[in-house]
Design a binder for this molecule. Structure first.
Ligand code: ADP
Ligand code: MG
Length: 416
């Protein structure tokens, strides 16, 4: 799954906040307007019908309703055009202007005492923190305080001090909460960043250690043989043979790492498996002899072809074969079998080694899973990856102290 960029996350969060904000806004707004203009006059609580008082008042109110309703399609349009951040300011400014005009009209030319505003204002102040945006928050809080101060002077009502004090109180409390929330978010963000960085460093560290271990052995051996060759002062083909083998080992390790670094597209060709496996067996023969291991190569036909990349396939077989040998510290026999059937071509490598506990088998394809003192835990991971790239699969069967069978399956090519 693709991970979202910071900007996309911000847009998504803003959209969620907008949705909640708009639903609540219309709900509270409609409810209050219906109550104020229709239910309250019916109940005759205040004994007045504000919007029906004058034609101007009524016309303004209707225009205000139309404008507020038209904000809904505008918000949808802004969201589609990736500008959801302006929606909250739009609602606030339209509502603010509308209520200011209505109130001026309502109190102009009479001596009514100013009866403070609507619950929608309270909603704006209390819900401003859902945007986690200080600028918007300050605009809302300061805007309403200014409106009340202005209306207080305009209607000469000292009563406005009460809603102003209330507003300032609410604003301060919500502002403190908003700030706490922001600091909390920043701390969480920082600790995530730090964790991600440390994880990367640890990963690089692990790779570096593994690579050093893996490369050190063939390098030490190469150095030894170069020194021996120098001491003997004449060319010894036996040493050259071993040195070439060690160089090939290095080559394979580097190839493993390259697969890890950047997976490249396979260059598929027809590969002859018997030849490929003989090459790999030959490569480890020396090590097998040293550990009293015999490798028994068993196949039906002289030539078996699959479609693949020769170097990568050798890498897989070498990794599995090396593991098999390392699982048999007391020596013994390893069987390598090749079978070609209609659908699948299978290479089986069977050892009589220490075995793998059943619950550990899923870990084999993970990086750095190793039970060996000098293991890299990369070999099988790379092998699984290569086989997968060949559209094949690896099956593992194992019994503790009896042995392990690695079956590497490749699709049999259609035209042979
Ligand atoms: P490494 O060989 O460096 O440890 P691998 O990825 O090649 O890394 O193997 C991972 C682990 O899987 C080994 O450490 C070993 O515990 C286990 N394993 C792999 N093949 C065998 C096997 N034939 N017999 C027993 N254990 C095995
Ligand atoms: Mg290995």
């Amino acid at each position: 799954m693709r991970s979202l960029s910071r900007e996309e996350i911000d847009i998504n969060e803003e959209k969620k906040a907008n949705k909640l904000f708009i639903i609540l806004f219309y709900f509270i707004y409609i409810f209050f307007e219906v109550y104020r203009n229709f239910i309250r006059p019916l109940l005759d609580i205040a004994g007045e019908e504000i919007i029906f008082r004058s034609q101007t008042m009524m016309a303004t109110t209707i225009v205000f309703y139309i404008v507020i309703t038209s904000l809904l399609p505008i918000s949808v349009w802004l969201t589609r055009n990736k500008r959801p951040f302006s929606i909250k300011y739009l609602y606030f400014s339209v509502f603010f202007l509308g209520i200011l005009v209505t109130e001026i009209l309502r109190y102009y030319g009479n001596s009514d005492t100013y009866a403070s505003g609507s619950p929608v204002e309270l909603f704006f102040v209390l819900f401003a923190p859902i945007y986690v945006n200080r600028v918007y928050y300050l605009v809302v809080a300061i805007g309403f305080v200014c409106k009340y101060s202005f209306m207080g002077f305009f209607t000469l009502s000292p009563e406005v001090t009460f809603p102003i004090v209330l507003l300032v109180l609410f604003s301060t409390v919500t502002f403190i909460i908003l700030n706490r929330f922001k600091t909390y978010l920043r701390t969480v963000e920082k600790s995530y960043e730090r964790a991600g960085h440390n994880e990367k460093l640890a990963f690089i560290g692990q790779i570096a250690t593994s690579v050093t271990h893996e490369i050190k052995n063939p390098l030490t051996s190469l150095k030894g043989f170069v020194q021996l060759q120098e001491l003997e002062q004449h060319y010894n083909p036996k040493y050259s043979q071993i040195m070439l083998q060690e160089l090939e080992r290095l080559n394979i390790i580097v190839n493993d790492l390259m697969v890890l670094g950047k997976p490249q597209a396979l260059k598929l060709k027809s590969v002859e498996l018997i030849n490929c496996l003989s090459y790999v067996i030959n490569l480890v023969q020396q090590q097998a002899d040293n550990n009293h291991i015999t490798i028994c190569f068993d196949y039906d036909e002289k030539q078996i072809y699959i479609s693949g990349e020769d170097v990568r396939l050798k890498q897989v077989f070498l990794n599995v074969l090396k593991n098999a040998m390392e699982a048999m510290p007391d020596g013994g026999e390893i069987k390598v079998k090749v079978r070609q059937e209609e659908k699948w071509t299978t290479v089986q490598i069977v050892d009589r080694g220490i075995g793998i506990p059943e619950e550990e088998i899923p870990n084999l394809e993970k990086a750095f899973y190793s039970t060996k003192e000098n293991g890299t835990g990369l070999g099988l991971m790379v092998s699984y990856q290569i086989v997968e790239e060949h559209r094949g699969r690896i099956d593992v069967e194992s019994e503790i102290d009896i042995g392990t069978t690695f079956s590497v399956h490749f699709p049999t090519p259609k035209i042979m």
